[in-house]
Design a protein around this ligand. Structure first.
Ligand SMILES: [Zn+2]
Length: 1056
């Protein structure tokens, strides 16, 4: 499997090829520019190299969109399209004992339907079709993907699908690494390859005042069938672009935020806490009353409304800056540390010892989102090509060259900032140092001045040629899926989304449908129409053909479109209720095995037959009430190991699985979600599925899934300075060796949490570095190594930890830890644990850092003042509520596993805003109205309120809303007449337009289409809405004010 690292050859005076993959792939594509990868411009003549005998030229190459074609790209490296030959499954003509049809039988689609399926009356599919997404014109026409793409590599040379084993302890050595016979891993997957969907109408929809030169941000979400204008790019905030360059780094180290008092009116005769305790150097206090006292709910800590976009320099004056809140909008300037979008730490100073960390009660972890989408105004990531030798690395720990490696002896040697080893500078990388100790060429070399760079991977990082971009669609056509319109919605979504797949010979597609059997389709162009092959054996599955099940998109687009249009009709009389989910994914995997790729499954019912079948154990659990919590926990764990074992096998062959669950009932998400979680994929959940209101979301989710920046066959490792070691990785991946994680798929949304523990002490004042290396293949077939480096100061001072704590990241860590525990621990225990975490942190602060003596006051560290609120919200979240459905909780757990920091907070602490009075409000430049605290006191009967958590968007309509307003927004004047599964339409009036703008803006910010649901007072939908108002007291849980009092009492008890 693994190929030995070639023995080191002396590096010739090799001039790195002017290799510009972006250009090569698609010179004009917007997607490529969105990819934000850019080869360096050569800033004038190369820096003088003292060593004439073979200086390594600087790694700068052509700017991305230069007009000349890179000369060095020889056809040899991208041999013409080679039909992929697939090993594997028994050929069609091998008789399989016991299988009714011996081997796959080509069947004409039409005749197959007629003969094989029962012939009941056709079901009306009118509903799903009626709700289909808008006509083509409304959708963004996906101009992005249209450029030429590198031809697919010759796949015949593939060594094996299995990812090669990696050298223990490191990626295969770069040139400088010792030529150990280490084994290598496959190249790391692709980054966000330019498949960024562009929304042509975006700019007209969201007029960004003073928009940045980059133009309107691109967004994944196009218009819906709901008559909404297309939304524009995701992720970037609601604020008009008001650049405030002079704002600089808002949170420079040492700078204290302005003193704040959270005036809880003290119930005691005592005064409110002084804003800044003397001698503390920072305002970290808020006074809260003891129990029984009155607290002014308007004065307790709440999230501060988002500020205009800020500019953030990652380092200044040789010091790391504390990043802005993850949920705010900011533009990063990489001045040595990587952007917090890619990697952010729970604390921005590292405790020198493990004891200090333990005392603080805080979590030391990184949230790593290696392919996060940058802000459109940020500089592109520089791609550095070191030529044949590959990037410079530490010969001991294999850490990659970065701005914090210290050059000594006039540049002849350098000290690794990760392991401390003194390395000889390779002679072709030599440059002398300036009096300040920096290399004279540091500013011209991205790897010496940027926290994020991307290296072109050499052959040493590959065990086979980069894999093609394979997308395989697997659609449930069982009776239930057909009747609910789920099949039609899936087919329609795929049909529209394939427009956004990368063009060119590297992009390959396949499709299969399944009920109690699996149906493959030969999409070869030569055929008049697709042929169907049935695989009836769902216990011992195989794929019917060696080739032609997965073909180049360019070759089969028409066939595929026709097929997708006809599938709902072909199966409209299907009476088969069984679903062979496990067998179907296994069969699809067998077809994809030799290349790897993405498997997208649309599943509507509980998998009931074949391998990996499941039972409706939720019902069993309910009947067994006496068993209590233990039974519930079992339901949150996979039913057995079958699917997990399969998923590991998939991951080894670089198959990444996403599942779109469109269901009306229990489907055992706890068992099914293991497959995406293990393969770097994702589970989407539409329950109860409504063809009317969910089709648009399904399409948008699918579109973003395949078009977002992403990579394949990736391997990731995080290294850190001596003194710390990685404790654990947490997220969606497969782990086969302790140090690395395998990511068959990795995309811009996926986040991996990495926790650390001390194995030594740091010197006060030294820095601790973290480096994440992601080796991956882009969708255009380039092997890249994306390196993120973050260097933070170490401290022995406890209050520094509190001062530099990162609330959003800290909380995201708690959230993920809670989610990890839910399946195995009683809910009440998990709730207690998170509450205790919060109390312990605040107690430590109170005890060691606050100088205020009055025990009558709750004192909160400024940086963590919202921790109690978020902790309370987490305890009341879907994952930790006792009244939730099992599948809802399992989905929540699987969703949280890969959730990014910016989306973690809103998931438990949503945003609420009033929308009934938008028309009368003066525009203040922001598209979104003010955020309202999550308390039912703020929800009036005559108002309409929108609440969103990044996933769902609930619109609550009070029972005395002015009928005129109802008419303007919904076209109906009676609340009772508005259906709960509704389409938000845009009517010809100011209010309706503004509400649509608000919804689209939120979709853009969240990179999520949001599931809209209407809620009314007095019914279950109303209860659902109020369940999100986490500041309220409920039957089982405290109000926010009560919770603060509780926390305060606990702290007092500990202090006593
Ligand atoms: Zn090292």
């Amino acid at each position: 499997m693994a190929s030995p690292v070639p023995s080191r050859v002396p590096r010739p005076g090799y001039f790195p090829p002017n290799f510009n993959p972006n250009y090569q792939n698609n010179p004009n594509s917007l997607s490529d520019s969105m990819q934000n990868l850019q080869i360096n411009h050569l800033p004038g003549p190369p820096p003088a190299m003292p060593n004439t005998s073979g200086p390594r030229p600087p790694p700068f190459v052509t700017p991305p969109f230069q007009s000349s074609v890179p000369p060095h790209i020889s056809p040899a490296s991208f041999p013409g399209v080679a039909p992929v030959s697939r090993p594997g499954p028994p050929p069609a003509d091998i008789a399989r004992v016991g299988a009714p049809p011996p081997g796959p039988q080509p069947v004409n689609l039409v005749s197959n339907l007629a003969s094989g399926r029962s012939s009941g009356p056709p079901f009306s599919l009118s509903a799903p079709f009626g709700s289909r997404p808008p006509p083509p014109g409304v959708y963004p026409s996906a101009p992005m993907m249209t450029g030429p793409i590198a031809p697919s590599p010759n796949v015949q040379g593939l060594m094996s699908n299995g990812p090669p084993t990696f050298a223990q302890g490191s990626f295969p050595g770069g040139p400088r690494s010792s030529p150990i016979g280490s084994t290598q891993r496959p190249p790391a997957g692709p980054p966000p390859v330019g498949s960024f969907p562009r929304d042509p109408q975006a700019s007209s929809v969201h007029p960004f005042l003073g928009s940045p030169p980059a133009g309107p941000p691109l967004g994944p979400f196009s218009t819906s069938s709901q008559g909404m204008p297309p939304t524009s790019a995701p992720l970037y905030g609601s604020q008009p672009w008001q650049m405030q360059p002079q704002q600089g780094s808002p949170l420079a180290p040492g700078t204290m935020p302005p003193p704040r008092t959270f005036g809880m009116t003290p119930g005691l005769p005592n005064q409110p806490m002084p804003p800044v305790p003397p001698g503390m150097g920072h305002p970290s206090v808020s006074g809260a009353p003891v129990a029984g006292s009155k607290i002014d709910p308007n004065q307790i800590p709440r999230p501060i409304p988002s500020s205009p976009v800020t500019i953030f320099d990652t380092r200044q004056n040789n010091q790391a800056n504390n990043p802005p809140p993850a949920t705010s909008e900011y533009i990063v300037r990489d001045t040595g540390n990587c952007s917090p979008r890619y990697m952010r730490c729970t604390i921005n100073q590292i405790p020198c010892s493990g004891d200090l960390l333990t005392t603080s009660g805080m979590l030391l972890a990184l949230m790593v989102q290696p392919l996060a989408v940058p802000h459109p105004s940020e500089e592109p990531i520089q791609v550095v090509d070191f030529g044949e030798g590959g990037p410079v690395r530490c010969s001991r720990c294999k850490g990659y060259i970065n701005p914090f490696m210290k050059f000594i002896d006039q540049g002849k040697r350098f000290i690794c900032n990760l392991c401390g080893f003194i390395n000889e500078t390779p002679c072709d990388y030599y440059c002398n140092t300036a009096p300040d100790g920096r290399r004279r060429d540091a500013d011209e070399r991205p790897e010496l001045c940027r926290g994020t760079v991307e290296f072109v991977a050499t052959k040493e990082y590959m065990v086979r040629d980069p894999m093609p971009a394979v997308f395989f669609f697997l659609i449930d056509v069982s009776m239930n899926a057909i009747q609910t319109g789920a099949t039609a919605a899936a087919c329609s979504a795929i049909n529209q989304a394939i427009i956004d797949l990368p063009e060119g010979p590297r992009t390959m597609v396949g499709i299969a449908t399944f009920d109690s059997a699996i149906h493959f389709y030969n999409l070869k162009r030569a055929l008049q129409q697709p042929l169907m092959f049935i695989v009836p054996d769902v216990q011992d599955v195989y794929t019917p053909l060696q080739t032609d099940i997965i073909v180049q998109l360019a070759e089969c687009r028409q066939h595929l479109e026709q097929l997708l249009e006809s599938i709902p009709t072909m199966f409209q009389n299907n009476r088969v209720t069984e679903s062979a989910f496990g067998a179907a994914i296994k069969a699809a995997y067998l077809a994809m095995k030799s290349t790897g790729g993405k498997l997208l499954v649309f599943q509507s019912v509980l998998p009931s037959v074949g391998i990996g079948s499941l039972s409706a154990r939720e019902a069993e659990g309910r009947t067994n009430v006496s068993a209590g919590e233990k039974e519930t926990n079992k339901l949150l764990q996979p039913a057995d190991k079958t699917l997990k074992t399969m998923a590991i096998e998939f991951a080894e062959c670089q198959v990444c699985v996403d599942i779109f669950v469109t269901t009306q009932s229990y489907i055992d998400i706890a068992s099914m979600s293991v497959v995406p979680t293990t393969t770097g994929g994702q589970l989407y959940y539409y329950h109860p599925f409504s063809a009317l209101s969910d089709s648009a979301k399904l399409y948008n989710d699918l579109r973003w899934n395949i078009a977002r920046p992403q990579g394949f066959e990736a391997v990731m490792r995080v290294r850190c300075s001596q003194g710390l070691q990685v404790q654990e990785y947490s997220g969606n991946f497969c782990k086969r060796i302790p140090t690395d994680i395998d990511l068959p798929g990795i995309d811009c949304d996926k986040t991996i949490m990495v926790t650390f523990k001390h194995d030594d002490k740091f010197q006060d004042g030294s820095e601790c570095a973290f480096q994440c290396a992601l080796l991956y293949t882009t969708v255009y077939g380039q092997r890249r190594i994306r390196i993120q480096t973050l260097s933070l100061p170490c401290t022995t001072v406890l209050s520094n930890l509190f001062r530099t704590a990162d609330l959003d990241t800290q909380f995201t860590g708690f959230l993920k830890q809670a989610a990890n525990e839910i399946p195995t621990s009683p809910l009440v225990q998990v709730r207690d644990e998170i509450t205790n975490l919060c109390i312990n942190i605040l107690h430590t602060y109170r005890k060691f850092c606050a100088t205020v003596s009055s025990s009558g006051q709750l004192i909160l560290p400024e940086a963590l003042k919202l921790l109690p609120l978020y902790t309370l919200a987490l305890a009341k979240s879907v994952g930790l509520r006792t009244d939730g459905r099992v599948d809802d909780r399992s989905y929540w757990v699987s969703h949280v596993a890969s959730l990014s920091t910016p989306l973690a907070v809103p998931l438990v602490y949503p945003r609420m805003m009033a929308i009934h009075n938008l028309a009368s409000k003066e525009a203040d430049g922001s598209l979104l109205p003010p955020i309202i605290p999550l308390s039912s006191e703020n929800v009036t009967d005559d108002g309409i309120f929108l609440l969103e958590n990044g996933e769902d968007c609930l619109i609550y309509v009070g029972n005395t809303v002015n009928p005129d307003i109802l008419m303007q927004l919904f076209g109906i004047s009676l609340v009772e007449e508005i259906p709960s599964q509704f389409l938000l339409q845009q009517f010809d009036n100011e209010l309706s337009k503004k509400v649509n703008d608000v919804v689209n803006e939120i979709r853009r910010q969240r990179s999520s289409y949001l599931r809209l649901q209407l809620c009314r007072k007095g019914d279950t939908s109303g209860s659902l809405f109020f369940s999100y108002l986490v500041e309220d007291k409920t039957a089982n849980a405290l109000s926010y004010v009560e919770f603060l009092v509780h926390v305060h009492r606990q702290i007092q008890t500990k202090m006593a």
